[in-house]
Design a protein around this ligand. Structure first.
Ligand code: GLP
Length: 246
């Protein structure tokens, strides 16, 4: 079941999302966290850092898997998603870097490495709680419109819209954004025991509208989540403005 919870502001959404990770980690300190990059989860990450600093929330035994990674950036590039998440969250909450895993992008046999990545997630016991952002076209991770609901971790090509959306992370220059990435598939994401999808801001209103009120469709990759047993969609007031049921 996909439950939609509307909160007044993005800050309240960030706190509610942080509560889910907080509860999980206090119950199960070695939990497997599914982390996402992009601007959406940043408020939640800041709240988790605050709780780590001020309330003793520990990530020392946790493990983390990233949803996606760009192909073609040097290992030390600040835009590499693994570097982004170390900087924005894991290094700041004491989650050891060797337990932060990103999809493989350098292997000469990427297809085999993608299978290995899925095996690593399975060996860790599967993702306990996955955070997701929503692309303006309805993508989750780098599963672009048209991605099959049965898709697994694989190489994918970004749409022009996504390249433009992500140019802000490359100094505003779309020519610097990689065109390819390795992403967990929709079926991979659906294996997470719990999922929290965060949707904030007016820019996501159209995507949220088709996710919640449109058809279940591979043209709206996030709609796969409507069949997930434990997905919470946390949204702010400006993101729900196009919903007829609100
Ligand atoms: C990017 C990422 C996704 C992210 C989404 C939304 O392309 N690969 O993981 O959730 O787009 O981005 P943002 O949160 O910056 O709006």
């Amino acid at each position: 079941m996909m439950a939609v919870r509307v909160l007044p502001t993005a800050q309240e959404v960030a706190v509610a999302a942080a509560d889910l990770f907080d509860e999980l980690l206090r119950r199960q300190p070695d939990a497997v966290l599914g982390l996402a990059t992009g601007s959406t989860p940043l408020g939640m990450y800041d709240e988790l850092i605050r709780r780590h600093d001020q309330e003793g929330l520990s990530f020392a035994e946790a493990r983390a898997f990233l949803l996606d990674e760009y192909v073609g950036l040097p290992r030390e590039h600040p835009g590499r998603y693994r570097n982004v998440i170390l900087r924005q969250l894991t290094d700041r909450v004491g989650l050891p870097a060797h337990r932060v895993h990103a999809p493989p992008v350098e292997s000469p046999d990427l297809a085999a490495a993608c299978v290995t990545y899925e095996g690593k997630i399975a060996d860790a016991g599967g993702v306990d709680l996955q955070v997701l952002g929503l692309g303006t076209d309805g993508h989750i991770a780098f599963n672009m419109p048209g991605s099959e609901f049965t898709s697994r971790t694989r190489l994918t090509t970004l749409t022009e819209q996504t390249v433009l959306d992500n140019a802000r992370f490359f100094g505003g220059d779309a020519t610097l954004v990689p065109r390819e990435a390795v992403t967990q598939g929709l079926a991979t994401i659906m294996q997470a025991r719990s999922i929290v999808l965060i949707v904030t801001g007016a820019g996501k209103a159209a995507a949220l509208h088709s996710l919640v009120e449109g058809p279940l469709s591979e043209q709206m990759p996030a709609s796969v989540l409507r069949d997930h047993p434990r997905t919470t969609v946390l949204v702010d007031q400006v993101a729900v403005q196009l919903l007829s049921l609100r």
